[in-house]
Design a protein around this ligand. Structure first.
Ligand SMILES: O=C(O)CCC(=O)C(=O)O
Length: 228
């Protein structure tokens, strides 16, 4: 990875794709194939983003995140919260989470994102990364309960962090810097063909909050409305 561009999209090296070129060519998607990813910097103005960051930090019912790896339950230092329309329980990485009620700050963000994407969202996963020592490994948001081609809308507040997508077959990597107040929308076949990550870094010492809005569809065994 080398220099950062004004748009927040990084100039890649090696097998990584030069996203400045791609972005200019399509003006729509960061991906040239097998999915659509749109990046909107300054979706929230700097003062709005700063105030939403503080409000989300203070009013979100943060919980310790944990994963089950090789049958062992492991706590992560990253904090999470899960909010949704109707308090349903959602299973992921071997743990289950019950949705809390939308807070006023999150409702404001959700409504703005829904207007921009022309999409309704019934849930949001919030992640609080205290600094660059916390991140998220390669994965895709391809749970059956999200439907075939889910739209995932990701809003970032606080510290800027690099976000990467990697094509499952060709292994090409696309990198973007998620700036304070930005919106990233993944849609179409993205979750089938690409995995994504928020790499850890020694360069960041301040916190970041990320919100991923999702729409769960239908009643499935791992999505049980009203269960606590
Ligand atoms: O924090 C981020 O930007 C990544 C979040 C993410 O990948 C997820 O919630 O699935």
């Amino acid at each position: 990875m080398s220099g950062s561009l004004a748009s927040g999209i990084t100039r890649p090296t090696g097998r990584e794709v030069n996203q400045q070129t791609l972005f200019q060519e399509s003006d729509q998607s960061l991906l040239i194939r097998d999915g659509v990813v749109e990046y909107i910097p300054s979706f929230f103005s700097p003062p709005e983003a700063e105030s939403l960051f503080q409000e989300l930090l203070e009013t979100t019912p943060w919980q310790e995140d944990e994963v089950v790896l090789f049958g062992q339950r492991r706590k992560l230092s990253r904090k999470v919260a899960w909010m949704g329309d109707s308090g349903f329980t959602y299973s992921y990485s071997g743990t289950s989470k019950t949705a809390s009620q939308w807070t006023p700050a999150l409702t404001l963000v959700k409504e703005r994102v829904e207007r921009r994407t022309a999409q309704r969202f019934n849930s949001c996963l919030l992640n609080l990364y205290h600094d660059g020592s916390e991140g998220m490994g390669w994965h895709s948001d391809d749970e059956k309960t999200l439907g075939r081609n889910p739209v995932i809308a990701s809003v970032s507040f606080g510290a800027e962090r690099i976000f990467k997508l990697k094509h499952r077959k060709s292994k090409e990597v696309v990198s973007v810097i998620l700036e304070q107040g930005s919106l990233l929308v993944m849609k179409g076949e993205t979750q089938h063909h690409w995995v994504h990550t928020l790499p850890k870094t020694k360069k960041i010492s301040t916190p970041r909050i990320n919100l991923t809005f999702r729409m769960f569809v239908g009643a499935r065994s791992d999505l049980q409305p009203g269960e606590s």
